[in-house]
Design a protein around this ligand. Structure first.
Ligand SMILES: [Zn+2]
Length: 128
């Protein structure tokens, strides 16, 4: 018996894709909850958006290539856009971090003092 045939088997290829989408999408809540409990404040780590993007794309692939119903396709057609946008903004912000001249730690942009060693940081060149 071939469990990986294309079509309407109990465990065919697209059922595996859909289950992967379900598991990846659901795991993001566990990851976000863990990050929040660990920090003691509500945080949304980048991995949350990565899991959201991967899960929604898997579900969209299932909807387009297997389910083929316009209601299901529409449900996943656009949800990946804000996930991707949040990742772009997250990494843009990460790349804007400065290196502390005193200790070398990564410091958020617009910081006046290094949160790791307390050294005064040079004023941002873009400020008036
Ligand atoms: Zn420092």
């Amino acid at each position: 018996m071939n469990f990986l045939h294309q079509g309407s088997g109990w465990v065919d290829f697209w059922t595996i894709v859909r289950w992967m989408g379900n598991v990846v999408f659901t795991s993001r809540f566990v990851v976000q909850w863990y990050a929040t409990e660990r920090k003691g404040q509500v945080v949304v780590p980048a991995i949350f958006w990565i899991l959201s993007l991967a899960g929604s794309l898997l579900m969209l692939a299932y909807a387009i290539f297997y389910d083929k119903h316009h209601v299901i396709i529409f449900a996943y057609a656009f949800s990946w856009i804000p996930y991707l946008r949040n990742l772009i903004i997250h990494y843009r912000h990460e790349n804007a971090h400065l290196a502390c001249a005193s200790c070398g730690a990564k410091v958020p942009p617009q910081s006046n003092f290094c949160p790791h060693c307390g050294a005064k940081l040079p004023a941002p060149t873009s400020s008036p």
